[in-house]
Ligand binder design. Structure first.
Ligand code: SF4
Ligand code: SF4
Ligand code: SF4
Length: 354
């Protein structure tokens, strides 16, 4: 179905062109975020690495139970990424002084998501709620989103041959909108209030207040306030963010701003597809025409060659006939002269006998 949809879209040059235009526009406009949109503040100084947030996420999303139980904290000895069956994971980072800092990982819900910008069928969307959601019904499985995400978050269900899809945290948007839960599953399970769910603007105020109240405890930096144009998940830490596995090289420009040119080209591909197909069809027809012309030329050349040969043969034959005719005439003349001479000789003999 998805591939049929895809081909349907590809065939509809108008729709594809519209999508391309939207993607291009999205790549050129800096988006400051929806007013009142929600997010989560994670405070690494409070996290104890208990993995209860993983439990909450697993339960609220009806995910399969992991091979090792959630209370097995030896899992933290290996650095992990999010997976198809784990939309969030907690990692442990041992510092140079031997202390341990934990960090929770999930989709950052960027204000201007690179994943959404890269997706030419608009399967990803930044919602007014703050969540970046994914619609598998329109996904064509190109996985540009996975390449585009600077935080390496989306995963893909490669082992599902019938309905493969992209997987990531949705900020519990569907569950919250449906009224099944009031706050994300991970937030509700945290025993240390290392996670706070609320309006992003309010979370920024809380974060600033914490930094001001305990400047020795916190870095004077709210990760996500400006990184990649801003994210709905915000982080506080007492150690440099790269020491808890977070990229510090991303800058403050959003993904779409950084890659607008390249992404516009990506979006142009489906837009140009019908034209390319038309071009290929045209080329094929032209090739047919060329083939037909070549055939006609070859036939004409063969006819011309045959005609030339026929003419040459005819000329040779006529020359030969002419030569034969002349020889015959000569021979007949010689014969006639010979007979005439013979008759004259016999006539002289008869006259002498008479
Ligand atoms: S973290 Fe990655 S998947 Fe999540 S919104 Fe940002 S770009 Fe998209
Ligand atoms: S917000 Fe929801 S989906 Fe995302 S990590 Fe938390 S529980 Fe999981
Ligand atoms: S539940 Fe809270 S304290 Fe426990 S690992 Fe998750 S974020 Fe950290």
């Amino acid at each position: 179905m998805k591939r049929r949809n895809f081909l349907g879209l590809m065939g509809a040059a108008g729709i594809s062109a519209t999508l391309a235009t939207e993607a291009q526009a999205g790549g050129n406009i800096h988006f400051e975020g929806y007013p009142g949109s929600k997010g989560v503040l994670f405070d690494a100084t409070r996290c104890i690495g208990c993995r209860k947030c993983e439990v909450g996420c697993n339960e609220v999303n009806n995910l399969p139970k992991p091979a090792k139980p959630f209370d097995d904290l030896t899992v933290l000895d290996t650095e992990r990424r999010t997976q198809n069956e784990a939309y969030t994971v907690v990692n442990k980072y041992v510092q140079e002084d031997g202390t341990t800092v934990f960090r929770k990982i999930q989709c950052m819900h960027c204000l201007e998501p690179s994943c959404a910008s890269a997706c030419f069928v608009s399967a990803f969307a930044k919602q007014p709620s703050g969540a970046v959601t994914y619609d598998e019904s329109v996904c064509v499985g190109c996985r540009y989103c996975m390449v585009a995400c600077p935080f390496e978050i989306p995963t893909y269900t490669y082992n599902d041959p019938i309905t493969p899809k992209v997987v990531k945290c949705d900020l519990c948007d569907a569950n919250i909108k449906a009224g099944r839960i009031a706050v994300p599953g991970c937030v509700s399970k945290c025993p240390k209030e290392a996670l706070i769910f609320g309006e992003r603007d309010e979370l920024l105020k809380i974060a600033r207040n914490r930094i001001e109240a305990a400047p020795d405890k916190y870095l004077d930096h709210i990760y996500g306030e400006r990184e990649m144009g801003g994210t709905s998940w915000l982080y506080l830490s007492g150690v440099p963010f790269k020491q808890i596995g977070m990229r510090e090289d991303l800058g403050v420009q959003s993904g779409p701003e950084l890659t607008s040119g390249a992404l516009s080209v990506v979006a142009m591909v489906p837009a140009l597809w019908p034209l390319l197909l038309a071009g290929v069809y045209g080329m094929t027809k032209r090739t047919d025409k060329i083939n037909k012309k070549e055939k006609a030329d070859a036939v004409a050349e063969a006819i011309a060659t045959t005609q030339d040969k026929a003419k040459a043969d005819l000329k040779t034959a006529m020359e030969r006939a002419q030569a034969d005719k002349e020889a015959t005439v000569k021979r007949e003349v010689a014969k006639a002269l010979e007979e005439a001479a013979k008759a004259a000789e016999e006539g002289e003999k008869e006259e002498e006998g008479a």
